[in-house]
Ligand binder design. Structure first.
Ligand code: ADP
Length: 459
């Protein structure tokens, strides 16, 4: 079997965050069969140095390219984060459609495609990740590459009516169709993609489940990503986890803890979540002084403009609710605009009676799975999960909510707080079994098995 060549915007090269489950999964896949991890170095440089930096770490070769300042602005901060991210998360209202940014996006895919092609050997398998590289497969084909190309989209594929708002959607779809296997997080995404290809580009669904479009035959399928559940379980029992739980436990005493952990992003439904918690307190005086919401949400530096309004709204909502309800010895919402190490988070998940995961749209949402894996098997908490998180498709033993329905979410929190121990246990056992069975190792194995099982690229 040939080498595996992974292309992703960020890699787990030394100095990058290698702790995440995805990094570990890709690392394991590369280490298992030997291969190359290709991507952006993370450096933004002057025009001069535009080659690849290649080095080995164990069995894995890294091949990293820098971005120039203009590329970083147009490709990454611009088209990827200000056009693709919002549209694919159903926020056309926040998208900036800038032709020049798209040109830079296409140019970076072209340059990276040329660099990547230079690394390939005849029987290699290429696995491209995510929305930064929708055109990379096509660039490889332009250089004559006929070997297998797989693509996995980590974010949702939106409904065709939403995607059609993106001025360059057809160009992107044409480029993506050069991949042989296109993996999505959910069956809903596969359905949206298929309907988009049929309605917009006259795709024909073949009897074997593949799609014939743009003169090519490709397969689209769902490969829901998982976490390293054993690792999270271990982390939840670590010294750091216990210390974090102890620190917070001293403050909240015997009050029930509701926890939310998210990057501060408009896709996460944070204002609606705070409103739902406020509604809970409005309607249930008996809960005053008896429940705390801990919301951890570090701002992401890269989207300064987009999150400024969000940050202000969260500050305002927290201030209002805490102002209305705090007492001498109780502050209902602890809102921490910073990140914490994974071990500490695992300890806080375990302490929390309720995990509140209510994005407006989310490719998968790994926090939902981490919350489940971190629970104490003898006394697990309750997961409240948005219908619009990819995770909901396989986690219907959670309390599923519509995050736009503030009253419904408040009711779900109350129900979770009051849930009898045997129902909590029943629901958690189902969820936990799924999280362990469909972990991140199973995800990468199933994707690669599907890709390996495909015939050579059909010209
Ligand atoms: P996204 O990829 O959109 O950020 P996910 O929930 O799928 O959302 O993945 C987020 C990852 O980042 C999880 O592994 C989670 O533990 C971690 N994470 C999210 N928020 C924080 C935070 N406030 N501090 C530390 N880690 C976080």
């Amino acid at each position: 079997m040939g080498r595996l060549i992974v292309a992703s915007n960020r890699t787990a090269a030394p100095g990058e965050d290698r702790a995440g489950g995805l990094a570990v999964a890709v690392w394991d896949a590369l280490a298992e069969r030997g291969g190359v991890w290709f991507g952006w170095s993370g450096a933004v440089v002057a025009q001069e140095s535009r080659g690849l930096r290649i080095f080995a770490v164990g069995a894995v070769d890294f091949a990293l390219a820098d971005l120039t300042g203009a590329e970083h602005a147009g490709f990454y901060l611009g088209y990827a984060n200000r056009a693709l991210w919002p549209v694919f998360h159903y926020r056309v209202d926040l998208a900036e459609f800038d032709d020049a940014a798209f040109d830079t996006y296409a140019a970076v895919n072209r340059r990276f495609g040329r660099l990547l092609h230079g690394l390939l050997r005849r029987d290699d398998t290429v696995w491209i990740h995510d929305y930064q590289f929708l055109l990379l497969g096509q660039e490889l084909r332009n250089h004559g590459w006929q070997g297998r190309v797989g693509f996995f989209l980590h974010i949702p594929w939106p409904a065709p009516e939403v995607l059609a708002a993106l001025p360059q959607h057809a160009r992107l779809a044409r480029g993506l169709a050069e991949c042989d296997l296109i993996g999505f997080q959910t069956r809903r995404d596969v359905g949206n993609f298929t309907r988009y290809m049929v309605e917009q580009h006259g795709a024909e669904a073949l009897p074997d489940g593949r799609l014939r479009v743009f003169g090519r035959t490709l397969r689209a399928a769902a490969f829901p990503i998982g976490i390293d559940a054993d690792d999270v379980m271990r982390m939840a029992e670590s010294t750091e986890a216990r210390a974090a739980a102890h620190r917070l436990g001293r403050i909240i005493e015997n009050r029930a803890l509701v926890i939310g952990v998210d990057r501060m992003d408009y896709s996460k439904g944070l204002p609606q979540r705070l409103q739902a918690f406020g509604r809970l307190l409005d309607e249930h005086e008996g809960l005053h002084g008896r429940v705390n919401l801990l919301q951890i949400a570090p701002p992401s530096r890269e989207t300064v403009d987009a999150y400024r309004d969000l940050r202000e709204e969260l500050d305002r909502l927290t201030g209002r609710i805490n102002g209305d309800y705090s007492d001498l010895d109780w502050t209902p919402i602890r809102y921490l605009a910073r990140g914490y190490p994974r071990e500490m988070l695992a300890g806080l998940y375990r302490l929390a009676r309720v995990g509140l995961v209510t994005p407006l749209h989310d490719g998968m949402n790994l926090v939902a799975k981490e919350y489940v894996a971190a629970q104490d098997p003898a006394d697990p908490g309750v997961l409240i999960l948005s219908h619009f998180a990819g995770a909901a498709e396989a986690m219907d033993a959670a309390l599923l909510v519509n995050p736009h329905d503030i009253t419904g979410t408040a009711d779900a929190i109350r129900r979770a707080l009051e849930m009898p121990a045997d129902e909590r246990l029943d629901r958690w056992q189902v969820l936990n079994a799924g999280v362990h069975q469909n972990d991140v190792a199973a995800w990468r194995r199933s994707f690669l098995a599907a890709l390996d099982g495909m015939t050579e690229a059909v010209p």
